[in-house]
Write a protein that binds this ligand. Structure first.
Ligand code: AMP
Length: 428
């Protein structure tokens, strides 16, 4: 097989016809659900000033330390391809003073994110996320709504092998006591930690809990759980979340070990995990970030959101849902240039009326054209050649029923529009 001189960037990928149909199905399903629940679409830029991500995601995170595509533009501004959507949505919310009339806003956005991670199955350097955020709601109902939406979306896409893992990461009031307990353990386990975690253990001990290095994971097995150190307010918030999930019939698992990779999370954190893909088990993750809007220069507005890994979701959906490519309604087989001109006119007229046609623009034999029609899975073929032009009628063949009928050339477009829009199956 020949290769192009210049190939894709490592960790990037093309999403090809055959896959895009499934991506569109997922998008339509997600958008329908979001709109039913009052979420509005927001489209944010693919690049932002580096500082936005450094400040919101956190300087000590893997993303900011190692994974961002950052470069100086021609004037020397430090810019970064977005590694996630939340920071930009917060920036936009603040910049356009969207809180002014009513701080409560619900958004969704779908698009590519960029992280320079080690590429492997289910892990790319350009990947896509479906993202939803609720601003201005401190009450735990927002948390429950988002988890319900995730569950519902997966169910509608026939993905049932999922579990919602939920945890609470507390708030600035309950963290100091927890950090004390954690730091004591980290001091003991220091010799087992990776070099990143050795550095993080004093600056940002929570980060160590999320490290993927096996030695660190092992060392963290006996670590205290934040959920055991919650203040009364965080504890009551979390019980309402779990109570309401139970009331709504959403299965969940309280996962004391769940911490999320970004600094800005407070209180509820959640992940949807699935066994369907092996190692990359988290297909969506999210949580509350009540302090972020304020810390980026906005008012103190609580917020919560999630991101679904679109690529992983598409891989799972592909396991049990065929891509569903719609074949053209009609193939027009034309023989000779005068017939082809007429066929092209018909084909465009039908296309403009919402009837999908296919034809060959070259001069293939009738046999080759019929083969092409069969391959495309077309239900009906219209045949027009010299003799049809002479007789003034063309033949419409029903491929499945193996029947055919004549149509006067002057009435082809009108007859076919009527045929296909009425969806009469007995027309031969
Ligand atoms: P995060 O923004 O890290 O919470 O990720 C949310 C979801 O995005 C994860 O659960 C994954 O499904 C997906 N995701 C994150 N990083 C990648 C990646 N490099 N490639 C593919 N999917 C990813």
């Amino acid at each position: 097989m020949s290769q192009p001189d210049i190939q894709l960037i490592r960790g990037f990928k093309d999403i090809l016809p055959g896959e895009t149909e499934l991506w569109q199905l997922i998008e339509r399903t997600a958008i329908g659900l979001f709109e039913d629940f009052g979420y509005r679409e927001i489209r944010i830029p693919i690049m932002e000033k580096t500082e936005l991500f450094a400040r919101s995601i956190g300087e000590d995170t893997d993303i900011v330390e190692k994974e961002m595509y950052t470069f100086a533009d021609r004037k020397g501004d430090q810019l970064t391809l977005r590694p996630e959507a939340t920071a930009s949505i917060c920036r936009s919310y603040i910049q356009h003073k969207m809180y002014a009339q009513d701080p409560v806003r619900k958004f969704y956005t779908i698009g590519p994110m960029f992280r320079r991670e080690r590429p492997q199955k289910g892990r790319y350097r350009q990947f896509y996320q479906i993202d939803a955020e609720i601003f201005g709601v401190a009450a735990p109902y927002a948390d429950v709504e988002l988890i319900l939406l995730l569950r519902t979306l997966f169910e509608r896409l026939n993905v049932t092998d999922t579990t919602a893992h939920v945890n609470s990461l507390g708030c600035p009031a309950c963290r100091p006591r927890f950090k004390q307990a954690l730091s004591a353990l980290l001091a003991e386990a220091a010799s087992a930690l990776c070099s990143d975690c050795l550095r993080r253990k004093d600056r940002n001990p929570l980060r160590v809990m999320d490290c993927k290095v096996p030695g660190c994971r092992e060392a963290m097995k006996g670590a205290p759980a934040i959920i055991d150190y919650l203040c009364d307010a965080c504890s009551s918030h979390f019980s309402t979340v779990t109570d309401m999930l139970t009331r709504l019939g959403v299965p969940y698992h309280v996962d004391k070990q769940l911490v999320r990779g970004l600094d800005y999370y407070t209180r509820t954190a959640f992940e949807i995990q699935t066994g369907a893909l092996g190692a990359q088990s988290a297909v969506a993750g999210g949580g509350r970030y009540d302090g972020l809007v304020g810390s980026l220069g906005g008012p103190e507005v609580p917020a919560i959101g999630f991101a679904i890994g679109f690529d992983r979701l598409a891989e799972i959906v592909a396991l049990n849902t065929p891509a569903g490519v719609r074949p053209p309604d009609l193939y027009i087989a034309a023989l000779g240039e005068p017939a082809r001109k007429l066929a092209f006119e018909w084909s465009t007229a039908l296309g403009l009326n919402g009837i999908g046609t296919a034809m060959d623009y070259g001069d293939k034999s009738l046999k080759a054209q019929m083969k092409q029609a069969n391959r495309a899975g077309v239900g009906r073929v219209l045949i027009v050649g010299e003799s049809e032009l002479e007789s003034g009628t063309v033949v419409l063949r029903n491929m499945a029923a193996k029947t055919q009928r004549d149509i006067p050339i002057a009435a082809v477009v009108d007859t076919l529009i009527e045929t296909f829009t009425k969806k009469e199956h007995s027309i031969g």
